[in-house]
Ligand binder design. Structure first.
Ligand code: BTN
Length: 265
């Protein structure tokens, strides 16, 4: 067994997640690799971790900065028996789980920015990309890809104002294996609860950890931009905005940027 895998397993308290771990040195994207494995029949809970990604993917077709080092690039294969229209809920389940895991690890509050950016001190320290294979209305597999900046401080110029690392929060270095084990432990617990029918606690978690709560935001969705007050998360995992026009609208995808804390400013 590889060292990283052994270290993760030592801290795992799960019954499924991470029982099989594929540890790679370099890969284009752990999500793509995991999807191939899933198509070959890999079991639920199978995990792929790479030391470096040459074509790491972010949401909305963006690139995910994935240098070699101690950052975490991890994908989890799921086989949830859910309808395709429940998938965005699952994405938020992952966001809640990772924010709780990192919060416990750092003993700081880690915020979420819808749908699932992980934020500390107004900087993005991690992100989640979920991708699904769907047959008809049924989901065949879901890949939950998690990227956490552990100790990067050489971000490309354009990321300087917005990106951060766990090392900005913690005084001591944290091992990649520890971060992975924490996330897998919390993820399994949130996922099991979700599959057993609990969705309300995810909505509540977002309500109390959402960095955009009660904020005036500009949301870009497709070619269009909208300005509105964040009202919360809906039952589909969408963002509810009260637009300047007075209309309340639900968005299932997009990027929201804060304009002001409307409730406070
Ligand atoms: C985002 O915030 O835009 C999502 C970033 C997700 C990055 C992770 S790193 C591991 C996995 N493999 C990928 O190619 N992307 C995800």
């Amino acid at each position: 067994m590889n060292t990283l895998t052994a270290q993760i397993k030592k801290d795992l308290k799960t019954h499924t997640m991470g029982h099989t771990i594929h540890e790679l040195d370099q890969v284009s994207s752990t999500n793509d690799w995991a999807l191939t494995k899933a198509n070959q029949g890999a079991e639920e809970g199978t995990v792929v971790i790479a030391a470096e990604q040459s074509a790491g993917k972010g949401r909305m077709g963006r690139h995910w900065f994935s240098p070699r080092g101690h950052n975490l690039y991890m994908s989890i294969i799921l086989r949830p028996e859910i309808k395709a229209n429940q998938l965005s809920r699952l994405t938020l389940v992952a966001g809640a789980a990772v924010s709780e895991a990192l919060g416990q690890l750092t003993q700081k509050e880690i915020f979420l920015k819808w749908p699932n950016d992980l934020i500390f001190n107004d900087r993005k320290i991690g992100g989640i990309l979920s991708e699904a294979s769907v047959t008809g209305t049924q989901t065949t597999s879901v890949i939950i890809g998690i990227g956490i900046n552990i100790d990067t401080n050489d971000f490309p110029e354009e990321l300087h104002p917005v990106a951060g690392s766990l090392s900005d929060i913690l005084e001591e270095t944290v091992e990649r294996s520890q971060v992975a084990a924490f996330i897998l432990n919390y993820f399994e617990s949130w996922y099991d609860q979700f599959m057993n029918g609990t969705w309300n606690n995810v909505v509540q978690w977002y309500d109390s950890h959402h960095i955009l709560k009660d904020c005036l935001v500009e949301l870009t969705s497709g070619e269009k931009s909208y300005r509105g007050l964040v009202q919360g998360i809906d039952d589909e995992g969408g963002l509810i905005l009260k637009l300047d026009s007075g209309e309340t609208r639900h968005f299932q995808e997009g990027d929201a940027e804060r304009i002001s804390h409307a409730a406070r400013d």
